[in-house]
Design a protein around this ligand. Structure first.
Ligand SMILES: Cc1cc2nc3c(=O)[nH]c(=O)nc-3n(C[C@H](O)[C@H](O)[C@H](O)COP(=O)(O)OP(=O)(O)OC[C@H]3O[C@@H](n4cnc5c(N)ncnc54)[C@H](O)[C@@H]3O)c2cc1C
Length: 544
């Protein structure tokens, strides 16, 4: 299968350690147990060889942090079969990335605890590593890879991950492959960037049916007959000790000792595939039927709340989609043959299921498409020309209110509904999805420039939101500034022809008093500033 095998060139201590790893007898692996991963989802990151004499196949789990419905894991298992090697799953959590905090760390550690349990149950060697200080983990991947036949990792088109994988590819002397489990549509399906959701939907309607047959295995470890888990060399374990099950089970105990932002505390929502799956099931069972009609109501929790789990890869879109298909008793033959970009009538599922899939697939994946194909996806210059033009034209317009980042962060604006949304973000790591749009639009209105608005949104969203630092963070933030949208009249100060939203209209359309009471009642009011919904509101301006 592999043409570029070559003689082992490791130094002798490494050879000795390989012997130590390989001393356990082989069990038969059934090739038929492993599903072929679509080649379109596999990217060869370097030209280094596959090493037949390596001790294991290394799955370096970096963004699809789950052991279910994961093409990268399937691919690693394919290699285990072909090379007759056991599997090592290596999942690390670094310290030195932007916005690292107790909130993000705890969520990831909970996912690692879940993965540790699943691996233990299935006899898989799982190596969870928590970096204690910045830079301490340097060299660990290389050390593990030196003993591997091949390294498989996750493809993720955003944040520091593409840089990290590119840098690893240069350093590793063994083949590194990145495998894309991000969406129903493989990232490689097109190099064209959709500038409107409508165009992307139309493209999906033509292209997606081809990909609905190739799903990752739901529970690949359950039936994988793998070689017994290898013991990792002492030299690695002692220099980079794996995080213990006790610490993983009680992540809180370790957080205080780590040099990360302790000002962003954990939220009640717990990470991990088990939690993601129960949340998905509860949503599909109880709330999905109301999704099309009522998900925008701020005082109701109708939406799925799955975005943090999707972001950290604790659940994959294929698993969510498969569960919907099962409940809707749907099959691909029901797809409409019309690929006209229309939101309705294509899936031929219940109205709520189709509406949810439009968010989960069209809107989520258009962001992945953008980030995968445009390096400046997080820059102001990536906005459509019309949007940049109109924002520049109005850049010097007088702003009625201008707030600093700190004032925004502390929810100290004149608008109680905005403050409530910000406090939900600070306290819970999320904002109700309708109010998240309003939240962004007001930052545009109350900052000195659209560039500053983008900068503030990125900082607040990525710092506090569990689902931040994602292609969809940038989709959402730049949607506020015109991405995927069209010009809207009338032309207004600051916004120009960018779509406008107001707290007043929101309060007219939906009941928000309970939401404001829940999130904004404890904000101290600065002297000389009265809190109200927004200027010109008919509702009484008062602190609730
Ligand atoms: C200013 C701003 C910032 C945003 N930042 C993020 C972010 O950091 N991370 C993030 O995942 N989403 C972001 N979004 C998009 C959207 O608000 C969230 O995906 C959604 O609120 C998540 O809640 P949910 O899981 O309950 O969504 P549901 O309504 O249950 O939708 C299911 C899934 O579909 C996807 N989805 C839903 N709405 C959108 C959307 N408008 N754009 C892209 N994907 C969508 C998400 O993956 C979501 O989990 C942002 C939107 C705005 C306006």
């Amino acid at each position: 299968m592999y043409l570029d095998r070559r003689e082992c060139q490791e130094s002798s201590p490494v050879k000795q350690e390989l012997c130590e790893i390989q001393e356990t007898p082989c069990m038969k692996v059934e090739e038929s147990d492993v599903v072929g991963v679509p080649t379109m989802r596999i990217r060869k990151c370097n030209d280094a060889p596959v090493r037949a004499e390596g001790a294991y196949v290394l799955y370096w789990m970096i963004s699809s942090r789950r052991l279910y419905g994961n093409f990268a894991l399937d691919r690693a298992l394919e290699h285990c079969v072909a090379l007759r090697k056991p599997l090592v799953v290596f999942e690390a959590l670094r310290i030195g990335y932007a916005w690292a905090s107790d909130r993000l760390h705890r969520f990831v550690l909970e996912g690692m605890a879940d993965n540790a349990r699943t691996c233990a149950k299935n006899g898989i060697c799982y190596y969870p590593y928590l970096e204690p200080v910045k830079g301490a983990g340097k060299g660990l991947l290389q050390a593990l890879a030196e003993r591997a036949s091949i390294v498989v990792t996750d493809e993720f088109p955003c944040f520091f991950l593409p840089r990290m994988v590119a840098s690893a590819a240069k350093k590793l002397t063994v083949r590194l492959e990145a495998v894309d489990s991000n969406g129903l549509l493989p990232l490689n399906a097109t190099e064209q960037v959709a500038l409107r959701a409508f165009d992307f939907r139309r493209f999906l309607q033509k292209e997606l049916p081809k990909h609905l047959g190739g799903f990752p295995r739901a529970n690949p470890l359950a039936r994988a007959k793998l070689l017994p888990a290898p013991r990792l060399p002492r030299s690695i374990i002692s220099r980079w000790p794996a995080v213990s099950n006790e610490v993983l089970a009680n992540a809180k105990s370790i957080l205080q000792r780590l040099p990360i932002d302790h000002g962003v505390p954990p939220v009640p929502l717990s990470g991990g595939h088990t939690n993601a799956r129960s949340r998905m099931r509860e949503f599909l069972e109880k709330r999905l039927p109301q999704y099309a009609e009522r998900r925008n109501e701020p005082e109701l929790e109708i939406a799925s709340g799955l975005s943090p789990f999707l972001h950290f890869g604790h659940i994959g879109v294929h698993e969510v989609f498969a569960e919907i298909v099962r409940r809707e008793k749907w099959n691909p033959e029901k797809l409409s043959l019309r690929a006209n970009g229309s939101r309705e009538g294509w899936w031929n599922m219940s109205r709520s299921a189709a509406s949810f899939l439009d968010e989960l697939i069209t809107w989520r994946e258009v962001g992945f498409n953008f980030a995968a194909n445009l390096a400046d996806y997080d820059q102001f210059g990536s906005l459509p020309e019309w949007a940049q033009k109109t924002l520049k034209k109005h850049a010097k317009d007088e702003r009625e209110y201008v707030y600093t980042l700190k004032e925004f962060e502390e929810g100290q604006t004149h608008d109680v509904l905005w403050n409530a949304a910000q406090m939900q973000l600070v306290r819970e790591g999320r904002i109700h999805n309708y109010l998240r749009m309003l939240w962004g639009k007001k930052i545009l209105q109350w900052t000195r420039s659209p560039q500053e608005a983008a900068q503030f949104m990125i900082e607040l969203n990525n710092k506090y939101a569990l689902d931040g630092r994602d292609p969809n963070s940038y989709s959402g933030i730049f949607w506020v500034l015109g991405r995927y949208d069209r010009p809207w009249g009338p032309e207004r100060p600051v916004f120009g022809t960018i779509r406008y939203m107001s707290s007043e209209n929101t309060a007219r359309k939906f009941s928000v008093k309970g939401y404001i009471r829940k999130y904004a009642s404890e904000i101290p009011v600065q002297k000389g500033r009265s809190l109200k919904l927004e200027r010109g509101l008919r509702r009484p301006a008062r602190v609730i």
